[in-house]
Design a protein around this ligand. Structure first.
Ligand code: HEM
Ligand SMILES: Cc1cc2nc3c(=O)[nH]c(=O)nc-3n(C[C@H](O)[C@H](O)[C@H](O)COP(=O)(O)O)c2cc1C
Length: 716
């Protein structure tokens, strides 16, 4: 057996003389064909393809090993390398090339959760164009869902990327740039490295050269125009401004014009089809699952309301938890970038028996991985957003869900994509009934990405939604989630105990929180010093206390904490006398490396004999980071006081309210709520259900609340 199988014991499907497995994989359905073979042969097999064997991996245990960045990296062999003729940037570069590291270092900050706020108005602008188009359709007009979602995502990345309007909702087809880009991608995909290919594809390749010249020229003009206009980031907060102004902290260099041009093209390539496919699959699954649609719509109505004149805010979009679950579940069923190429850094063995050579190409098949019943249960092939309830998501093995790739080469635009998709889906559900008039049967179209083909529906404005003017004179006090904080008016008496506040932060979140601790510490009478973690590598004080706030980036420390992290992991120096507490800023989207850095700092300091005076806190940027931080920091001060034998004012510095409240309206004039038929209720029970987990402060609160219904009122 093994003599016929050079990669024994890795199984393989039957091969044909000369062509090997070339015909086992259709050129228009490679991903689905590979999935089919995985169902027959299991979580690892290999294909005999022209020029090299390709190993396809999809079992969770083996994928876990492939995701180890010390052993495997992204491979750009094949289509990605051929794409470099059009653009050689983040997406198509090898990890050791400056065309990856420089733009990666410069642009990371512009894809953080916080940065999304600046893109929100632009995303909203384009989403409004989509719903306006749909609102103006006649009752018998069809919507080509995939076409319109592609228009939306392309126009969004055009506007957020470089302030360019493709205006896809105002033309019959697409902008000529898009035609050139799509043709280029198709040609790249059609090539298979066969002998005589260049000769046989002569005409197609000549067209590709013409298309690439056109794309280059157009983007070069946009860059020149931006440089000449002198507009700065404040005037145009888009990626192009950041690319022109940004400096790579590591090399101290800026991006040259060729790099900027190539990045613009790559963002268009990487950033539009994937998200449009996601929105199209999500719409498909919603119309086929009415109970999920009803739940999603109920959430949208309760968060966005039914007043269509009120534009969704950034904070509201972040509150749409169930919509996020729907989108993640769509990405699980059909990850729109489903096959990710990897290579071993050295010859290695996975699963204890399968040899992977440096020269082999490995495909991590995310679609097959996402259907594994041992992880997702018996309903792995069914659409069920409960697979991503908060609890279920927390229980997932680290590398079970990989729609955005892996590690430092994972998708830089994932938060951008999710923000855009949640906003769009919510606005669609808020406004329209979706009608599956043709009983659409899913057909998946494959190119560089996958999407539903020929997916047409009808839409009808919802009758229950009316544009409502706000009630006259109604004062709305609450802003987006930010409750008015009382202003501290008087500082506590100064006792001068040292408090060192350290942060590990690239984009400012951890630094902001550290600054808040420092300010509050001062108000509570401490002698405070605020610094980066690296400033105190190997040098933690034993007098007073140390508060640490740190983020993680792809499982490693932020730039200003790398030295500290390396030191704390390797030192065996005693930390006796160091009184510390740690708060971590993280994001569960990076499930495998969630909170890795703050957790390991906390564990190391404890293991080396430091005194953990208050349990580590965790904030998740996808959830309520500020709430988690408030809960952790409010318990921090009593803990410091106990450890340092200080008498701190239990409630913090003496405060006076910043605002005075008057009860309005005066007696006799009905309040707007009463006028709208609201009834006052008495709260009978209000109990906290969450227990504090030992060693960890979880800020989430779940309360059991019971109301007493007044006489004569029944529950509806
Ligand atoms: C649902 C939407 C999206 C999905 C499923 C997705 C998926 C992926 C995947 C799997 C990779 C890794 C590719 C590899 O390892 O070869 C990747 C990389 C990348 N994506 Fe996305 N993506 C999405 C949206 C976006 C958006 C909206 C942008 C831009 C705004 C973007 C920009 C990029 C870039 C620049 C890379 C290369 C990153 C690097 O290598 O450092 N993606 N994406
Ligand atoms: C590219 C990238 C990678 C990230 N990797 C991780 C990670 O591995 N683990 C984690 O818990 N959070 C991760 N996050 C989330 C950040 O740690 C989180 O957003 C944090 O609040 C950022 O803090 P900062 O603004 O102080 O840098 C990542 C964020 C980005 C943009």
């Amino acid at each position: 057996m093994s003599s016929h199988n050079p990669l024994h014991p890795i199984p393989h499907p039957p091969r044909k003389p000369f062509v090997g497995n070339l015909l086992s994989i259709g050129s228009d359905s490679p991903v689905l064909d590979m999935w089919k073979i995985a169902q027959e042969l299991g979580g690892i097999y290999w294909l005999d393809m022209p020029g090299m064997p390709v190993i396809v991996v999809s079992s969770p245990e083996l994928v876990d090993e492939i995701c180890d960045e010390k052993r495997f990296d992204k491979s750009t062999r094949g289509a990605l390398r051929r794409l470099r003729a059009a653009s050689h940037g983040l997406f198509t570069s090898d990890t050791d090339e400056p065309t990856w590291s420089k733009p990666h270092n410069i642009l990371l900050a512009n894809f953080s959760q916080r940065a999304m706020q600046a893109y929100h108005p632009m995303m909203l602008d384009i989403a409004e164009q989509l719903v306006t188009k749909w609102e103006r359709l006649n009752f018998d007009d069809e919507v080509d869902v995939t076409r319109d979602m592609t228009a939306l995502t392309l126009d969004t990345i055009g506007l957020c990327g470089f302030g360019y309007r493709f205006n896809s909702f105002y033309r019959e087809g697409f902008h000529p740039f898009v035609d050139a880009m799509v043709r280029t991608l198709e040609t790249v995909q059609d090539r298979r490295g066969l002998p005589l290919e260049e000769f046989m594809m002569k005409k197609q390749l000549a067209q590709q050269r013409k298309d690439i010249r056109f794309m280059h020229k157009m983007v070069e003009n946009i860059i020149r125009e931006r440089r000449e206009s002198g507009a700065d980031i404040a005037a145009k907060p888009d990626l192009l401004s950041y690319m022109i102004a940004g400096v790579d902290k590591k090399s101290g260099e800026k991006l040259d014009d060729k790099m900027i041009r190539d990045e613009c093209i790559e963002f268009l390539i990487a950033g539009h089809e994937t998200t449009s496919g996601l929105l199209s699959f999500a719409t498909y699954f919603l119309i086929k699952n009415p109970h999920v649609l009803a739940e999603a719509r109920a959430e949208v109505d309760s968060v966005l309301g039914t007043d269509l004149s009120a534009r969704p805010t950034y904070a509201q979009v972040n509150r749409l938890q169930y919509i996020q679950q729907v989108l993640k579940e769509a990405l699980r069923m059909y990850p729109t970038a489903p096959a990710i190429s990897k290579r071993a850094l050295e010859d290695t063995v996975i699963g204890g028996q399968y040899t992977i050579k440096k020269k082999n190409m490995v495909i991590m098949h995310a679609l097959a991985l996402h259907r594994d019943k041992t992880v997702w249960g018996e309903d792995a092939n069914e659409f069920n957003p409960e697979h991503f309830s908060r609890e279920a998501e927390r229980a997932l093995p680290p590398n079970a869900f990989k729609p955005f790739g892996n590690g430092q080469r994972a998708c830089i635009g994932r938060q951008f994509a999710m923000q855009e998709a949640v906003l769009t889906l919510a606005m669609v559900l808020q406004r329209f009934e979706l009608i599956d008039h043709d009983d659409y049967q899913l057909k998946v179209k494959e190119a560089l990405t996958i999407k539903p083909e020929g997916f047409r529906i009808k839409v009808k404005p919802r009758e229950t939604v009316r544009s409502r003017a706000p009630v006259a004179g109604q004062a709305v006090a609450a802003t987006d989630g930010a409750a008015a904080q009382p202003a501290a008016s008087t500082a506590a008496s100064k006792h001068g105990t040292p408090l060192l506040v350290l942060h590990g932060s690239n984009l400012g979140t951890a630094e902001d929180l550290a600054r808040q601790i420092a300010e509050e510490g001062e108000q509570r009478g401490f002698a405070v010093e605020l610094a980066s973690l690296d400033d105190f590598a190997g040098n933690l004080p034993t007098s007073g206390a140390v508060a640490i706030v740190s983020a993680s980036y792809n499982g490693v420390a932020p730039d200003n904490a790398a030295g500290f992290w390396n030191w704390v992991k390797s030192t065996d120096a005693s930390m006796a006398g160091v009184r510390f507490s740690v708060f971590g800023c993280g994001n569960r989207d990076w499930a495998a490396t969630y909170q890795v850095v703050p957790r390991s700092i906390d564990e190391r300091l404890d293991a080396l004999g430091g005194e953990r005076v208050h349990a580590r806190g965790e904030g998740d940027a996808r959830e309520d980071m500020d709430g988690a931080f408030q809960a952790w920091s409010s318990a921090l001060w009593p803990a410091f006081a106990r450890a340092l034998k200080l008498k701190l004012d239990a409630d913090g510095p003496r405060t006076e309210p910043l605002f005075a409240f008057d009860i309005v309206p005066p007696a006799g004039v009905p309040s707007p709520a009463v006028a709208q038929g609201f009834t006052k209720l008495e709260v009978a029970v209000n109990e906290e259900l969450q227990n504090e987990v030992e060693g960890l402060v979880d800020a989430r609160s779940t309360r059991h609340i019971e109301f007493l219904l007044p006489e004569g009122v029944s529950y509806r």
